[in-house]
Ligand binder design. Structure first.
Ligand code: CAO
Length: 477
């Protein structure tokens, strides 16, 4: 018989008494190391609690609807082989476990001991409640066949994707937006899987509580109503049906199911693209002087890599200050203007695109931002971002400058109202009034929500960003 190990809730940020909304395994199941055992749902995101090692589920310590905190035991796993229990996952009863427990005990709702390393992160699946924060802003799918344009996931040296859900910045507000509904966690999961906004349902149970049958009836009605709606001019998007093609008639094919994340993020992007009237304003910044300064910083500060991105963060903050409408969100008939400057950065990871947020970027210098960017990118690539790391953004930057391209159309990260896409800088001849001189030009692509921002304002915003990047002294104003 293998040794028994407890699977505990790792560090999940400042969340306590988080409900268990899904049991991903049953007693007797064989699990791999790091495989999700249960799903927890905070008010920001869902997270899977991973198995600390490969083995067999001997006991489930939680049931649907239970509430649990960091350190709480969700399951007991019998190790597949004794040798799989290494120093980082010592078995129960091993004296070494006390060293591993530490902080994970503090927030435990079950108060049991465990050998699960407290630092092992819960994997955020980015499924949030009715607020749409910290979503990835730009389109490529994560686990899909690699895009032709390249990206980190195509890099053969990249770490292969883990078998289950990676952290992702999309939330389920897209899938199930609206008011908080009176429904059990299981019903909410069910509704989310079907893309049903519970806010639109009236529950049949006492107190308006929504049941699974209510959700099924809602979907049935919606399906029946769909043909009529699509036939009526002007109703909804009035789209013709998606083409159904038997591709195998034309050649060999492989059918690959979309991951849960792809489904969620796809819904998110589709919502943002369909609901926000996007316009993309393109501009160029002359970063010749900035680049010289960046190289100088690189030569004198070897402990951190200073890339153009930190200058873009500072320039974006300056432009957000000057044009506050860009640092806002629509809330019904109100515009919420934010007085803080939290900048989301799209990070390409082997597991997909995530958008961690750098908080209070206005209060940080270029070097501090460089350190934070390096730390948060590493955390993202290691799949260790907590939901809190990906929330609260005001404005996002998606930089493909390290890869290539001349321009692109980033999709706005609702409820933000603008996003900056950055492409690769190029040395090009510029007319200075007397002759051509080589200047380093950085392409900027600003997508904005035309309901909130006028074209002239967007042109001013990008022009100002270009001006700041061209003369960094403006940052001192
Ligand atoms: N023009 C030219 N070179 C650029 C550049 C630009 N606009 N931006 C960065 N570079 C250079 C950097 O200086 C660095 O050069 P060296 O290695 O010679 O120093 C190199 O490109 C790589 O930079 P980087 O990517 O490591 O660092 P970064 O700060 O520019 O970006 C991060 C960090 C996390 C944003 C980036 O690694 C990343 O993940 N980018 C992809 C974002 C993404 O996928 N966006 C959405 C696309 S659509 O889904």
């Amino acid at each position: 018989m293998g040794q028994m190990h407890e699977a505990k809730v790792p560090d999940i940020g400042n969340f306590h008494d988080v409900p268990v909304i899904e049991l991903l395994v049953a007693v007797g199941d064989t699990v791999k190391a790091d495989q999700g055992l249960v799903t927890l749902e905070s008010d920001k995101a869902t997270m899977e609690v991973p198995s600390p090692l490969a083995g067999v589920v001997k006991e489930l310590k939680v049931k649907l609807g239970d509430r649990i905190s960091e350190g709480g035991v969700v399951a007991v796993i019998e190790a597949a082989e004794a040798k799989t229990a290494d120093a980082s996952h010592p078995p129960l009863g091993n004296g070494a476990r006390r060293a591993a427990e530490g902080k994970s005990q503090a927030g435990s709702s079950t108060g049991s001991t465990s050998a699960t390393p407290p630092s092992q992160p819960a994997r955020s699946t980015g499924v949030a409640d009715g607020r749409s924060e910290s979503q990835a802003a730009v389109p490529p799918a994560r686990d899909a066949p690699p895009p032709a344009s390249g990206g980190r996931s195509e890099n053969p040296s990249s770490t292969p994707s883990p078998p289950s859900t990676p952290p992702v910045a999309f939330d389920a507000a897209t899938v199930a937006p609206g008011k908080v509904a009176h429904a059990s966690p299981a019903v909410r999961v069910f509704a989310r899987e079907l893309g049903v906004d519970l806010g639109k349902l009236r529950g049949s149970e006492r107190g308006g509580r929504i049941t699974k049958a209510d959700v099924q009836a809602f979907v049935k009605n919606a399906l029946q109503a769909a043909p009529a709606a699509s036939a009526a001019p002007g109703s909804g998007l009035n789209l013709i049906p998606w083409p159904k093609v038997d591709f195998s008639k034309f050649g060999a094919i492989e059918s690959r199911p979309l991951s849960r994340i792809q489904k969620l993020s796809g819904a998110n992007l589709a919502r943002n693209w369909a609901m926000i009237p996007h316009v993309t304003q393109h501009d160029e910044a002359d970063i010749t002087a900035m680049e010289a300064f960046r190289k100088q910083l690189g030569a004198t500060h070897k402990d951190v890599k200073v890339t153009p991105l930190v200058f873009l963060i500072k320039a974006a903050v300056a432009a957000l200050r000057k044009y506050p409408a860009f640092n806002s969100s629509l809330d019904g008939d109100n515009l919420i203007l934010k007085q803080y400057f939290h900048i989301g950065i799209a990070v390409d990871t082997p597991n997909g695109l995530v958008v961690p947020v750098i908080r209070d970027a206005d209060r940080k210098g270029l070097l501090a931002l460089s350190h934070e960017l390096a730390a948060i990118s590493a955390k993202a690539r290691d799949g260790k971002l907590a939901p809190a790391d990906m929330s609260g953004g005001c404005f996002s930057i998606s930089s493909l400058g390290g890869i290539g391209g001349t321009a692109f159309t980033p999709i706005i990260n609702a409820p933000e109202v603008a996003i900056l896409g950055v492409s690769k800088s190029q040395m090009r001849p510029q007319w200075n009034g007397e002759g051509f001189e080589p200047r380093l030009l950085l392409p900027l692509s600003l997508s904005y929500d035309h309901r909130v921002i006028d074209g002239a304002a967007a042109a001013r915003f990008t022009a100002y960003m270009a001006q700041v990047l061209g003369d960094l002294r403006l940052l001192l104003l």
